[in-house]
Ligand binder design. Structure first.
Ligand code: ADP
Ligand code: ZN
Length: 752
């Protein structure tokens, strides 16, 4: 393949060229660039980045520009297969070796490695540590080891893999080869374990923000869940998603109910045969199933980037798990939703399960974690801040993309109360757990307090005017807001963060909220709120062209036997739907369209976009004169999906004075569809009542913006430049108006 034939000097510049040529991306994300620089300098590197943050690029691109093969250790066969498929689709030579690969194929992969034909070799930890494999590696030039899902090394974590702890042999046997460890888990203990166990030498650690701004968060009461799910799906047609359930039975029942409603749903849990599990997974990956009802057994090996939503049918056991599960939505960066159904019954059930654990230490750890999960569900402050605070990250502002931000409860200046609590934490020398701090504030002289002399400190009894529940709630808020954290490994002691010290010293104010349980389901946001809800950063993907691009993607994916998101991500299709590239250059400028993909199927997407823009086709022209004629036109053969005739129908209704919304209503079509009809005809010379969409002032403003942007701007840039004042339809109309003025587009419909 292309990769092996082009040795490149490993510089950031060559890395950037690889990114463009193979991945179709113009730029590294900020942290990717620093990470790649570190790797290229031969340093051990630890990368902590959320799911969807772009970890793969961090080692794949350096692997491409360095001599030799990069050995990637990955814990799951499905995940490896997926990554290798995605690499190949981009024209990069990669392979995987694990227990599912036959001997003959393994030998041929081995030969390819020796011949320097492979840039990336994925192996399971078992395979890596197996007889003879390390000596095989000694015969190769290994550029680096990339340890994916590195948190599996930590026995504190939720995905502990004993084999991972033996990976230290890599450092012992290959002292010269740099190691890069990557994970989407960021807690302190895991991070420490990774560095120690892999024997990393002064690694550079990159802790990226764990924020996923494209993911909208909300919690709904857990009543009438089936109907809630059904209603949710009505507004998410054709969008793939996962419903996480607590029990196997529930997965099956829910999937059954959804199927009765005509939804393409399946279920997945650990009680199924391997065969049926992989079948279901495969159907989901290929967009043949829209919904998977699953236990937490589902997902770790899933690279599907076009999961648009994740529902939690039940409360998860802890925030780590929750964050990982919701992280499976929107990996491509396009807007996605996470909805959690919450009821006390779930808490009780989970607590029951947890306290049954034979190991009392573990039972206590897990029940503390469950409490934090419960606090999240009951929270009265920005949910994203809570999540990020849990992972030690402080978000300066509320997010605007969670249910609390959209529907905020009232707050009061809680600085003084916060200071009392923080001071109690400081004066107990940050050694007491939450319940003891409450006792200290309340002035309770019980064993835990007296034995440690806490009844002697200044804050003892400073909060006796409030109840235990009040203090508990305020302490939870301080934890959630990142003023305190829990040191699990030190008897659950509460400790102050920098932010906590600032509030304690009076350098910062702290707002507090009265505890509230969410009572009723949030109303679906409309208009302005809906815009905020889907994240200002990205436009809506409800668009006729987008749907057609998605259909073409599915068709190509089936022909090639790969999942649709391997062909192009939703984010890439979305950009195509906005920019509508009709030339090779324009298509290659779309983020996510690299050389190989362009060569393989770029033309087909260009054809579709051209067809979409070029309505009507000659076949349909007789429709115009037969305007007054009531006899139905004979059925004509059209190229599939050509909007032509139907576009003309919309246009005629528009000419008769109907608004876009009225046309949509009468025709039973989406407003976005009508708009795309009108745009297409306007470009072809048909007249529109443009003043209805943009005024002369608007036009002048848009034109100025165009001049400010200079040549070769993308529509998306124009949209951003104008601070999202105009939608894409208005921008397109203005641009076409301009081109018509300048004679670049016709002012008359074609005479055919
Ligand atoms: P992770 O492994 O951290 O979960 P991925 O490597 O799968 O994340 O990347 C998430 C998505 O972001 C993928 O669709 C990927 O192609 C895309 N991506 C990665 N780097 C960039 C970049 N520099 N520009 C645009 N998209 C990127
Ligand atoms: Zn928020």
């Amino acid at each position: 393949m292309l990769a092996a034939t082009q040795p490149l000097t490993p510089t950031l510049e060559s890395a950037r060229r690889v990114l463009k040529q193979y991945y179709g991306y113009d730029q590294f994300r900020p942290m990717q660039q620093d990470i790649i620089q570190s790797i290229l300098s031969g340093q051990d590197t630890v990368v902590l980045m959320p799911t969807g943050g772009g970890k793969s690029v961090c080692f794949q691109v350096p692997a491409m520009v360095q001599e030799g093969v990069c050995v990637v250790v990955s814990p799951l066969i499905a995940l490896m297969k997926d990554q290798v498929e995605a690499l190949k689709a981009n024209g990069i030579s990669a392979a995987c070796i694990n227990s599912s690969i036959g001997q003959a194929e393994q030998s041929s992969i081995g030969r390819a490695c020796q011949a320097g034909m492979l840039k990336l070799l994925y192996v399971s930890p078992e395979k890596l540590l197996s007889e003879g494999f390390l000596s095989f590696l000694h015969r190769l030039k290994v550029s680096m080891f990339a340890i994916d899902e590195a948190h599996c090394i930590s026995s504190w974590g939720h995905d502990f893999r004993p084999e991972y702890t033996q990976l230290r042999v890599l450092r012992e046997q290959f002292p010269e080869v740099p190691i890069i460890a990557l994970t989407a888990t960021a807690d302190r203990l895991t991070q420490r374990d990774i560095q120690q166990q892999l024997r990393l030498t002064e690694p550079k650690v990159f802790l990226s923000s764990f924020d996923r701004p494209n993911l909208s968060l909300s919690v709904r009461p857990g009543q009438d869940r089936v109907n809630s799910v059904v209603n949710f799906l009505k507004t998410h047609e054709n969008e793939a998603g996962i419903v996480y359930c607590l029990s196997r039975k529930q997965c099956e029942t829910l999937a059954g109910k959804l199927k009765e409603k005509g939804i393409r749903a399946g279920f997945y849990h650990a009680g199924m045969t391997d065969r049926s599990r992989s079948d279901v997974q495969e159907q989901f990956l290929r967009d043949d199933l829209q919904v998977i009802c699953a236990t937490v057994a589902f997902g770790m090996g899933i690279d599907k980037s076009n999961v648009r939503w994740v529902l939690h049918y039940n409360l998860p056991k802890n925030i780590e798990g929750y964050y990982q599960e919701i992280g499976r939505a929107g990996r491509d960066g396009a807007p996605a939703e996470a909805v959690l159904f919450y009821s006390y019954a779930d808490v009780a059930q989970l607590r029951d399960m947890i306290t049954k654990d034979a190991d009392p230490r573990l039972a206590q750890l897990n029940s503390t974690k469950l409490e934090r999960m419960q606090q999240f569900a009951e929270a009265a402050s920005c949910r994203r801040r809570i999540l990020l605070a849990y992972f030690g990250e402080v978000l300066e502002k509320d997010c605007g993309n969670c249910d609390i931000c959209r529907n905020p409860p009232s707050t009061f200046d809680g600085t003084e109360l916060a200071q009392k609590a923080l001071s109690a934490v400081a004066r107990t020398r940050e050694a007491a757990p939450l319940s003891v701090i409450c006792d200290v504030l309340l002035g309770r002289r019980n064993q835990g307090v007296i034995s440690r002399g806490y009844d002697q400190i200044k804050t003892f009894g400073a909060g006796a005017d409030l109840s235990f529940l009040d203090w508990q709630s305020y302490l939870h808020q301080l934890l959630n807001d990142g003023l305190l954290y829990i040191a699990y490994e030190q008897g659950y002691a509460l400790k102050l963060t920098d932010l906590g010290w600032q509030v304690l010293k009076g350098e910062r104010k702290q707002a507090l909220k009265q505890f509230q349980v969410p009572q009723k389901a949030e109303k679906a946001p409309k208009g302005r709120a809906a815009k905020a809800a889907t994240g200002q950063r990205l436009p809506s993907i409800a668009d006729e062209l987008f749907d057609r691009l998605r259909q073409l993607r599915k068709q190509i994916a089936d022909e090639q036997g790969v999942p649709p998101y391997v062909v192009f991500s939703d984010a890439t299709l979305q950009e195509m739907a906005i920019e509508r590239p009709r030339t090779r250059t324009a298509m290659l400028a779309v983020s996510g369209v690299g050389m190989k993909k362009f060569e393989t199927y770029g033309e087909r997407f260009i054809d579709l976009i051209t067809q979409h823009a070029g309505a009507p086709s000659p076949d349909d022209v007789p429709d115009v004169p037969s305007d007054e004629d009531d006899t139905p036109a004979p059925a004509k053969k059209r190229s599939p999906g050509t909007p032509s005739g139907t576009a003309l129908d919309s246009w005629k209704m528009h000419r008769q004075g109907l608004s876009v919304e009225q046309v949509a209503e009468q025709r039973g079509l989406a407003v976005s569809t009508i708009k795309s009809h009108l745009e297409a005809l306007y470009e072809r010379g048909y007249q529109l009542r443009t003043e209805e969409f943009i005024s002369q002032d608007d036009y002048a403003r848009i034109k100025t913006a165009v001049q400010e942007l200079g040549p070769d701007f993308r529509l998306r840039d124009l949209f951003d430049h104008l601070r999202e004042q105009y939608d894409y339809f208005q921008l397109r109309v203005a641009l076409t108006y301009d081109k018509r003025l300048r004679g670049e587009l016709p002012n008359q419909p074609p005479v055919e």
